[in-house]
Ligand binder design. Structure first.
Ligand SMILES: Nc1ncnc2c1ncn2[C@@H]1O[C@H](COP(=O)(O)OP(=O)(O)OP(=O)(O)O)[C@@H](O)[C@H]1O
Ligand SMILES: [Mg+2]
Length: 173
């Protein structure tokens, strides 16, 4: 007889990012800008969340806080010990490095051995459909191709979550 299987409608949701009532104010006094005012959001593991809003409403600021690049003025951001990679609005590649070397940067920082770095670069370039471009430099690529290199570099961090702030679609021309 087959063992009984239990099917639940609501699988256990494991949180990856918890943003709790944050605010972010840039500057002080009359020149102060409140970029975020009392925002809370929860992102579970394996969830994909899009944040849509008018220019200047605080999207990039929020993602910088989640990635730990800045601190909220009030409230908290908890990533439960996970590392968060950030893909910036501009590709922000190092222009003097080749595509392969750009993707290697986070692995070098993490002390990954050279042979392993090279193998991972090849895998990531295949993933973003840029096999054969490892020796090119950023100025030789289109804007979308540069965004895909930036995505490969973000994935090379082996982070648990990836925030990206980008209004262009890296997968379309
Ligand atoms: N470092 C900073 N110093 C001062 N003000 C800032 C800083 N960064 C962002 N701001 C301000 O915070 C507000 C939110 O900016 P943010 O970059 O988060 O907007 P955004 O939603 O990503 O906009 P866009 O869609 O145009 O990229 C804006 O008013 C901006 O001028
Ligand atoms: Mg932005």
């Amino acid at each position: 007889m087959r063992p009984m299987t239990t099917i639940t409608d609501t699988p256990t949701r494991v949180s990856a990012v918890e943003v709790d009532t944050i605010s972010k104010v840039f500057g002080t006094g009359t020149g102060a800008v409140t970029a975020i005012d009392g925002m809370s959001v929860s992102v579970g593991q394996h969830e994909f969340l899009s944040i849509v809003g008018a220019s200047g409403c605080g999207k990039s600021t929020l993602l910088s806080l989640v990635a730990g690049l800045d601190r909220p003025t009030t409230g908290s951001v908890v990533t439960a010990g996970h590392r968060v990679a950030m893909m910036f609005q501009e590709a922000a590649l190092f222009p003097w490095l080749t595509v392969g070397a750009n993707i290697e940067v986070p692995m070098k920082v993490n002390g990954v051995p050279r042979a392993e770095r090279r193998a991972r670069v090849a895998e990531l370039l295949e993933l973003v459909r840029l096999t054969g471009f490892a020796r090119r430099r950023p100025h030789e690529l289109s804007g979308g191709m540069r965004q895909r290199v930036a995505m490969a570099r973000a994935l090379a961090q082996d982070a648990t979550s990836c925030s990206w702030t980008n209004r262009s679609a890296p997968w379309t021309p």
